[in-house]
Design a protein around this ligand. Sequence first.
Ligand code: SF4
Length: 100
Amino acid sequence: MTGSCRGHPATPDWRDQAACAGEDPEIFFPVSDLAAPGTEASLARAVCRRCAVLIACRTWALEHGEDDGIWGATTAAQRRAIRRATMEPPNTHTKGRHGD
Ligand code: SF4
């Protein structure tokens, strides 16, 4: 298994269906997050888009705070944006003067 799946400590079932198996792992850890046509990131994302486990992979990366590489057709910057957009808002309730 290659790509973003490389180095995973365990191998849940969804990873057995990874389309990145056999692909060049380097494209899944591009130097740049830019996904313009012809870049490594765009090549990796093209593999992901034909992957049967794209959603499981992306969910895993989001839930585990994976902040490097291409996972589920998303770049690290895209996953940070998703996490920011879906995080619980901070608790703005302030306690009263006496803590109640
Ligand atoms: S979505 Fe992409 S990184 Fe994830 S398992 Fe599939 S091909 Fe690999």
